[in-house]
Every structure is written in structure tokens, then in C-alpha cells.
Design a binder for this molecule. Structure first.
Ligand SMILES: CC(C)(COP(=O)(O)OP(=O)(O)OC[C@H]1O[C@@H](n2cnc3c(N)ncnc32)[C@H](O)[C@@H]1OP(=O)(O)O)[C@@H](O)C(=O)NCCC(=O)NCCSC(=O)C[C@](C)(O)C(=O)O
Ligand SMILES: [Mg+2]
Length: 355
């Protein structure tokens, strides 16, 4: 580990100063596209207007014989598109692959000034982040970049989960972490065959009511990802970076996708991945607090005055800790509403009605 005194020093002569705080623009959905797929790429300028983050994917889901086309396609799209306030991210190939070195060299050199975040898959421990950290500093210096690139890790190996706290704190570049449920399931030898979401066999059952063990026993499906998401949220919050739920592979099941996203939102995640255009609005809805919750939060904040002491509102006790939770919701709502007049109007209307 670097000493705390050196933590914010650039790792190469001429590289930009690392940031002390990561920026937190809205990132409710990270929208994946394959830059080698002409049909998808053609949709990018329109999709960019609707999403918080657009991500050019170079790793899994891009065929081996399309890796170079995807890399070059992303360079061409980044150079020719005005993304406005939408962030541009990429997911490079894994660190043991034959493609990642060229991914990083090409992208930082050609479009380093357009990219915000580089997502690194299959991160096993702090050593993977340290490798990327130094290489990015060298490439940034050579490209003459003035803004440091940030790094996002995917949690998709058993070692990665075991080391999640050290990954989250490995570098000032660390922007966030996403759950990668498909690779993680394989790494752990889980017996699921899905990309995220639940499984009907993972359940608890109420006790027997009589002699017949099959009679009258209700079962409840459990969340396979609760433990990992909760650990990831704690590791991120403790290190001042952002946690995200990852992909939900059953594109047709928009109902369960919304449930999975909402579980992650309630546990502390700031966003999820959209793999298909139909998932963009689901993420937007789930990761923007509801107008009713915002109205309630604003009311508690107003009635709590300086934020100390205890008051009763509609039969519920409020104190220093509940007002802090309300501030989380209200501040997120204000940040999202600043760029979204429709959301701002919905929040204000609900606030007026509740007061
Ligand atoms: C699922 C697929 C094959 C269905 O693609 P499709 O063409 O069969 O679907 P469709 O419903 O027919 O598509 C309708 C239209 O939308 C377009 N379209 C469709 N998707 C997109 C998109 N994302 N962005 C922009 N446009 C899109 C598509 O090209 C088509 O255009 P058209 O009307 O002109 O014909 C397709 O949506 C897709 O390839 N999505 C991205 C998949 C991806 O990135 N996977 C990797 C992330 S998940 C992962 O890696 C796991 C993880 C974390 O690593 C771990 O858990 O381990
Ligand atoms: Mg994966």
C-alpha cells in the first residue's frame, strides 16, 4: 500500500493530480452498447439524450473476432458525437486477456479527454487496481490529459468479494463498484444459469402445520444477491465511492427487473446497468426517489428545524438520525431535479400537497 502521504500524488511525471472527491453526477443507468454493432451504434446519439451514462462495451458480449472493431468503433463514436452532460464510460477487456493493453493504450490516447470512467472487469484485489492506476497515469501523461480518468471495478469473482474493501480504497481513481452476478455465480460455483435476478429454488418455507409435511406451508423466494450487494454498499460508502447493481439479463421480464433494481436502490446503490433500451426507463424510475418520499423527506427536514431533538409527525418519531436519512433522499432529489424540469415539477407538486 502507498503511504497515506503519497496517496494523492500522481503516479507518473506529467499525469494530472488525482481527485480528492469523486464527482457524483446522476448515474441511475449505465447503458451498455456494443460499438462494433452498427445497428446499436446508430442509436447512440439518440440514446445519449436519455441516459445518465453511456458505456461502450469491449468485453464479454462482444465476439472475439469483433474486439478490434468494437475498440475502433468506440473511438469513432466518441470523436463524432456530442454527448452533452451524459457521461461516456467504457468497459475494457479483462486484465488477463490479449486485448486489454491495446484497449487502454488506444482509448486513453485517442479519446482520453472524452472518457469519464473506465470499468475494469473481474477485479480480484487491490493489485489489479494498482496495475491499472499506474498504467493510466503513464498514458495520461503521454496524451497530455488534464483530467484524471476514474476507475470502476466489477465485483464478479469470489476473490473480488473477499477483497472488496481493499478494492474500494485502492486508488483515488476508484469511482465505484458494480455487481457482476453472472461471472460471480460461476466463480462461486453457484448452480444458477441466469444473469442476475432471483431463482425459484432459493427459498424459505414456513413450519409444518400438522402430520402432512406438504400441507399449508407457504414458501418465500429469497434474494440471492442480498449479501453481496450489502457488502459492496458498505465497502463503497466507507471509501466515498458509489455502488451499482449490475445487469438484469431477462430483458422480457420488466417486472422482476424493476424489483431487483429497487432492492438495490433501497440498500444504497445509485444505479444499475441497462442492457436494452427497455431497461432505461425502469432504472430512471427506480433510482429517482418517488415524489411522495421526497415530499415526506422535505417535510421532516422542515419540521426538524436545526436537525436535533425529537418530534412526532403523523404518529412517527423523528430525530437526528431520521432527518439524516431524509436529507439523503432530499439531496438526491434536488440533484436529479436540477437537470430535469419534469422531475422538479413532480417533486414540488407532491411537496405542496403534503404541506
Ligand atoms: C440482449 C440483446 C442481444 C438483445 O438484442 P436484440 O437485437 O435481440 O433485441 P431487440 O429487442 O430485437 O432490439 C430492438 C432494437 O434495439 C436495439 N438495441 C438492442 N439493445 C441495444 C442497446 N443495448 N443499445 C442500443 N440499441 C439496442 C437493437 O439493435 C434493435 O434495433 P433495430 O430496431 O434497429 O433492429 C442486446 O440488447 C444486447 O446485446 N445488449 C447488450 C448486452 C451486453 O452488453 N451484455 C454485457 C453486459 S452484462 C455482463 O457482461 C454480465 C457481467 C456483469 O459481466 C456478469 O454478470 O458477469
Ligand atoms: Mg462478467
Amino acid at each position: 500500500m502507498r503511504s497515506p502521504k503519497d496517496f494523492f500524488a500522481p503516479l507518473a511525471v506529467g499525469a494530472p493530480e488525482p481527485l480528492r472527491q469523486i464527482p457524483v453526477p446522476p448515474s441511475r443507468m449505465i447503458h451498455f452498447f456494443d460499438p462494433s454493432n452498427e445497428k446499436m451504434a446508430a442509436k447512440v446519439p439518440d440514446i445519449a439524450k436519455k441516459v445518465d451514462v453511456l458505456l461502450g462495451n469491449l468485453e464479454d458480449a462482444v465476439r472475439a473476432d469483433r474486439k478490434e472493431a468494437a475498440r475502433n468503433g468506440l473511438v469513432a463514436i466518441a470523436k463524432s458525437t456530442d454527448f452533452g452532460k451524459t457521461q461516456l464510460w467504457t468497459r475494457v477487456n479483462s486484465l488477463d486477456s490479449p486485448w486489454v493493453l491495446d484497449d487502454l493504450i488506444t482509448l486513453v490516447t485517442e479519446i482520453g479527454d472524452k472518457l469519464d470512467v473506465i470499468m475494469v472487469p473481474k477485479v480480484e484485489g487491490a493489485q489489479d487496481i494498482h496495475y491499472v492506476d499506474r498504467l493510466l497515469a503513464q498514458l495520461e501523461a503521454r496524451a497530455g490529459l488534464t483530467k484524471p480518468l476514474l476507475v470502476h471495478a466489477i465485483l464478479e469473482t469470489a476473490s473480488g468479494v473477499a477483497n472488496v474493501e481493499e478494492i474500494a480504497g485502492a486508488s483515488p481513481r476508484m469511482q465505484g463498484i458494480s455487481l457482476g452476478p453472472a461471472d460471480l455465480a460461476a466463480s462461486r460455483r453457484m448452480k444458477t444459469t441466469r444473469v442476475g435476478g432471483g431463482h425459484p429454488g432459493y427459498l424459505v418455507r414456513t413450519d409444518p402445520t400438522g402430520e402432512d409435511l406438504n400441507e399449508g406451508r407457504t414458501t418465500y423466494q429469497q434474494d440471492l444477491w442480498h449479501y453481496t450487494v450489502a457488502r459492496m454498499v458498505d465497502a463503497c460508502a466507507a471509501n466515498g465511492i458509489l455502488p451499482y447493481y449490475g445487469p438484469f439479463g431477462d430483458i422480457r421480464d420488466v417486472v422482476a427487473c424493476e424489483d431487483q433494481f429497487r432492492n438495490a436502490f433501497l440498500l444504497g446503490c445509485v444505479g444499475a446497468w441497462s442492457l436494452h433500451p427497455v431497461q432505461i426507463d425502469i432504472a430512471k424510475k427506480v433510482f429517482s426517489p418517488s415524489p411522495e418520499d421526497v415530499a415526506w423527506a422535505r417535510r421532516v427536514i422542515a419540521e426538524m428545524g436545526d436537525g436535533t431533538g425529537a418530534v412526532m409527525i403523523d404518529g412517527k418519531m423523528q430525530d437526528d438520525a431520521s432527518v439524516k436519512q431524509c436529507r439523503v433522499v432530499a439531496e438526491l432529489a434536488d440533484a436529479l431535479a436540477a437537470d430535469d424540469p419534469e422531475l422538479a415539477a413532480a417533486y414540488d407538486a407532491a411537496t405542496k400537497e403534503a404541506s
